[in-house]
Design a protein around this ligand. Structure first.
Ligand code: PEP
Length: 247
């Protein structure tokens, strides 16, 4: 299976010309790598431009809404699918915190993504205080159970589970690989109970949190991650290209 190298541009950059420059800067590495599936999730305003030059890079959105109609400011899952998006990030910790997204809303978004054949990049993770109190697994269990409620056995293996400990995001404080390995085992164990045994090998778990060109390889070789979700470094074409080459 190819390693998933996913760039989350968050609310960056300021102009379309800059977005095109960053995107063009990573195209060669994405094209050359036979072992990486490169996915870029820009702000919605740049989707059209990037979709027109995507090459072998897949495009994803950073959020979605499960309905159309009188919902000012929202962009629906169907609209994203119709544009040509293949993936969508759901439940990023910044949205859980700043936009007060609940597990129930995240569940609706995940169901709607799957119904519209978009692959959900489903984010979970504990904050510093929860980690210090030893609550990591309890938090993850709750986020996963409530986030994938009512999703069929057949659809659960289509979800990409992105473990992003909040204390590691944007801090340079990336998580040790032995901890990530334990989290991987925990998630696999939890999900295995919800799906057919034959599908357990299809579960995809990726890591995010201060990923860079130096630490990526260890997440693949030591922590057995299926990919990485990259914030800050995905806006730096040289760094991000090195991350792609680590696959
Ligand atoms: C993220 O926001 O998903 C993320 C992992 O950010 P960073 O790589 O900057 O820590």
């Amino acid at each position: 299976m190819k390693k998933l190298i996913i760039g989350n541009w968050k609310c960056n950059p300021l102009k379309a010309t800059e977005a095109l420059k960053i995107f063009t800067g990573i195209k060669a590495a994405a094209l050359m790598s036979k072992k990486a599936e490169t996915i870029i999730c820009p702000p919605n305003i740049f989707l059209k431009d990037l979709l027109s030059l995507k090459g072998n890079i897949k495009i994803g959105a950073q959020n979605c809404f499960w309905q159309e109609g009188a919902y000012t400011g929202e962009v629906s899952t169907k609209m994203l699918k119709n544009m040509g998006c293949k993936y969508v990030i759901i439940g990023h910790s910044e949205r859980r915190k700043i936009n007060k997204e609940t597990n129930e809303e995240i569940n609706k978004k995940t169901i709607s993504a799957l119904q519209n054949k978009l692959i959900p990049i489903f984010c979970i993770g504990e904050n510093k205080e929860e980690k210090e109190k030893g609550k990591t697994f309890e938090i993850l269990k709750n986020q996963i159970k409530e986030g994938i409620a009512k999703i069929s056995k057949q659809d659960i293996p289509k979800i990409i589970f992105a473990y992003e400990p909040i204390w590691s995001i944007g801090t340079g404080n990336f998580a040790p690989t032995d901890e990530i390995k334990k989290v991987r085992e925990f998630i696999i164990n939890l999900i295995s109970k919800e799906i057919e045994t034959k599908d357990i090998s299809k579960i995809k778990i990726i890591y995010g949190g201060s990923v860079n060109a130096e630490n990526t390889l260890a997440y693949f070789s030591e922590a057995k991650m299926d990919g990485v979700l990259v914030g800050g470094m995905s806006l730096k074409p040289i760094e991000f290209s090195k991350i792609i080459k680590s696959a």
